[in-house]
Each structure stands twice: as C-alpha cells, then as structure tokens.
Design a protein around this ligand. Structure first.
Ligand code: SF4
Ligand code: SF4
Length: 80
C-alpha cells in the first residue's frame, strides 16, 4: 500500500497536502498535528501533495503493485 513519510522538522502544519488531495486520501491527524495518508489504497500517486508542500517535508512512497482504481469513484457504479 502506498504510504507517506513526513519530516517533522520541516513540516509547518499548513495542511496544503490535505487540502490539495483531490480524492481526500490524505487527512489531518488533529492529535499528532500532522498529515497522514489514511486511504493509501486510493492514492493515485499523482504527486500533487508532495509537489505543493512548501517545505519539501512530504515524501510519497508509492506501491505501484497495489495501485488500482479509487474505490471512492467506483462506489455505486452500475454494471452495464
Ligand atoms: S499523491 Fe495525489 S492522490 Fe496521493 S495523497 Fe497525494 S494528492 Fe492525494
Ligand atoms: S504541505 Fe508539507 S508543510 Fe504543509 S502540512 Fe503538509 S507536509 Fe506539512
């Protein structure tokens, strides 16, 4: 499963990585005050969150083998 690594020293808690994730795979952990990839299976490995992180604190660790269509988008889809 795709995961994310956050450099705690570099992270400025701006939440840009959470806000920019178009499938809401990245969420904010209010207790730890850091982002985490809650839905790693749905991550499209687009790299937007990593690219937009203003301090370079975020590293996506892709699992290309497990990559598949996002469940969020196929839920409720009718079979033809
Ligand atoms: S790589 Fe793309 S899909 Fe995955 S968490 Fe970041 S913005 Fe979301
Ligand atoms: S975008 Fe970067 S600095 Fe901002 S919360 Fe995410 S990891 Fe931290």
């Amino acid at each position: 499963m795709t995961s994310v690594r956050v450099d705690e020293q570099k992270c400025v808690r701006c939440r840009t990585c959470v806000d920019c994730c178009f499938i809401c795979a990245m969420v904010w952990d209010g207790q730890l005050q850091r982002p985490y990839l809650k839905y790693g299976d749905d991550c499209q490995i687009c790299g937007v969150c990593e690219t937009l992180c203003p301090t370079g604190a975020l590293y996506i660790q892709p699992d290309w083998q497990a990559k598949h269509q996002p469940r969020l988008l196929v839920q409720g889809r009718e079979k033809l």
